[in-house]
Design a protein. Sequence first.
Length: 367
Amino acid sequence: MLPAAMKIIDRHLLRSLATPLGACLLAFTMVYVVFDLYNNLGDFISGKAPIRDVLLFYLMIIPSALIYIVPISMQCAVLYTLSRMTRHNELTAMRACGVSLLRLMAPFVAAGIAASIAVAAINETAGPWSAYWTRQFIRSQQAEDKLAVHVVLNLPYQNEAGRRTWMVGRFDTRTFDMQNVEVVQAAPDGLDLAKYAAERAAWRDGRWWFQGVTVQEFDEYGYRKGVPRREPAMEMSAFDETPRDFLNETKEPEYLSALELADFTAARRNLSPESVARIHVDLHFRLSMPWTCLTVTLLGIPFGNQTGRRGVFVGVLLSLGLFFALYVVIHFGLWLGKEQFIPPWLAGWAANLLFLAVGAVLTFRMR
């Protein structure tokens, strides 16, 4: 068939997919919001949250929820589209023109890849921040002092590469302002070079500024060099720590991106093997999850063709069954990885690779 004709067919197939996909995205987003509202409505009422704040909460929750909403929406949309086209003999007519069934499925596979890439980008950027923001909002509704939720007391941080150890008395996770800060700078041999004790610290213009600083220097043998000196303010341009480093120290792994998880383990050589394994499992899980969009697309293609004459209802039930089976296997693999029965990379990727292979085999065997 001529390339121009194939472009027309591709556009028709993508348009046929777009409408049910949009409807599924909207429907599953509403289901997610309603389910979350059922869980958190009591907190909103007890915290006397204004309506505008609740609306903002559900706007902010969407980026972190897309990792679950987009795959099930893709699968339902592919199943519905192919079922409808099979019932109306559209695919049969296209194949009668000399187009293979596998070639006809190319736009659906491309849509699955595009969805995976888009979700992966969101999952590495807005997703973790969105999940953390909404968690903090719920915590603020549950607390008597709403501002205290955003304050961390006695926060330690160790920069092994820079040989600096921090102890922050008070850290504001919103403004990144610090109080009662102590920083010990060590030499390559481990002996102390200098100790900084600041009343306050603030992140301004891409660097830390210490206020009310007491500086104690040490000689090459680790003994104090003279008496401490007092400085009203100091620009700590040699410090390469950023507010994100301290903020990530306060977060659970589920609120970190894959890159942040990798940096977290790389900067801490004294972590136990068990801790490293659990963090690496979460890292590979974050990398693999967006590709469930492609996996469920490949699963939906053969079943969509087969259920065309059985009705859409059967396709939807089959879609949900496959989707939940995939997630059961995913979480079972995560458990195996965190218990160190299998390597972290396998724990994070096994389910996707398994179901992706099944979907690919079923797709290539279609008639």
